[in-house]
Design a protein around this ligand. Structure first.
Ligand code: SF4
Length: 345
């Protein structure tokens, strides 16, 4: 079975129907999570009887590593490990070790930080470079209600501290803002992380999947939030770090750091979207709001060569024309889209 090695000449970088490159691969390593965030995995749907993927259905670490090698040939520069909650997948540091052997990769991970205090050192030593932590409020009661498993905010903050201590930084903090639920905590979050070196990002509540009861009136437009912050701490727009960066960067005028806004609902950024997503069972999705993906696992497990899999990936990307956020309506919001917990944010 021919495999792609570093000597194999890289094919011309694929572009999709909108001339977007494939630069960023998000890999879900599990569909399970120890939280039940109401905007992602509502308890009513993901209850005791919910059928999660069996271990044999999950891609193994070797399969993931092999796929990353193949995607790399199509221009991938950044790999983000996600879930569900990636740290509930046992011995995740082993996967990080494999992926980190390719030092040209930007390797990061998104977590709810519930297990970060215990795992930070292991992940860092395995080669992880940075982490992004989801934290929706500093108010313990609000936070416990939003994660819906009564998990205390203090433990998340302890995880952030430990990640910082071992050098998994700069740390990004993602706050999903829902009107009437936690939007009044946004300024407090800004105050808490201002000057810390961590980068707080406010994420507009999105109609991901089809189970989170999304309504437009629950969205706080980033412009409105930026105004609220600016009324307390003067901020100004900053240049993006690279084309296709998800968060719009803003700086505090007093030089004490930056914040970001991810505005998929009110300011679509599909034009420069370079992201593909791999589900825990090996299906590739070309948009967070996709309704279907393409199975790569059966190719892996039925003896396909790297070249054959590489051709499939190239044809998927070449045919890509996703721009969901540009065409979102109340009707599209009801489509049976893939759940975020299945492919990662
Ligand atoms: S909606 Fe889809 S195409 Fe648009 S930015 Fe998000 S993932 Fe990319």
């Amino acid at each position: 079975m021919a495999s792609l090695s570093s000597d194999t000449p890289a094919p011309a970088l694929v572009t999709d129907t909108r001339s977007r490159h494939l630069r960023d691969l998000r890999i879900s390593v599990t569909d399970r999570c120890n939280f039940r965030c109401t905007y992602c995995m509502p308890k009513e749907v993901y209850g005791r009887d919910f059928q999660f993927l069996e271990r044999s259905q999950l891609l193994s670490f070797d399969e993931i590593n092999r796929l990353v090698g193949i995607f790399k040939h199509h221009g991938i520069e950044k790999v983000r490990i996600t879930g569900g909650e990636p740290l509930v997948r046992r011995q995740l540091e082993r996967l990080i070790e494999k992926l980190a052997q390719d030092t040209s990769l930007d390797l990061t991970l998104t977590t709810n930080a519930s297990l970060l205090k215990q795992k930070a050192r292991l992940l860092k030593d395995a080669g992880l470079q940075r982490v992004t932590v989801s934290l929706d409020s500093l108010d313990d009661a609000v936070f416990r209600a939003m994660n819906d498993v009564d998990f205390p905010v203090a433990k998340v903050l302890a995880g952030i501290e430990e990640a910082d201590r071992v050098g998994l930084n700069p740390i990004k903090i993602n706050m999903v803002v829902k009107r009437g639920v936690n939007d009044d905590a946004a300024v407090d979050m800004a105050r808490y992380f201002k000057g810390s070196g961590h980068i707080l990002r406010f994420i507009e509540f999105m109609d991901v999947g089809f189970t989170n009861g999304w309504q437009m009136e629950h969205v706080v437009p980033s412009r409105e939030l930026a105004e609220r912050i600016n009324n307390v701490f003067a901020i100004e727009p900053a240049q993006p770090n690279y084309l296709g960066e998800v968060a719009e960067r803003w700086h505090y005028k007093d030089g004490s750091g930056e914040i970001g806004f991810v505005s998929s609902v009110t300011q679509a950024f599909c034009r420069d979207c370079t992201r593909a997503r791999l589900s825990a069972e090996g299906s590739v999705y070309t948009c967070l709001f996709a309704t279907r993906g393409t199975d790569l696992r059966s190719l892996l497990r039925n003896g396909a060569s790297d070249e054959q899999i590489s051709d499939v990936i190239a044809s998927i990307w070449r045919a890509r024309n996703d721009n969901y956020s540009e065409v979102r309506t109340a009707e599209t919001a009801k489509l049976r889209k893939v759940e975020m917990s299945y492919i990662g944010g």
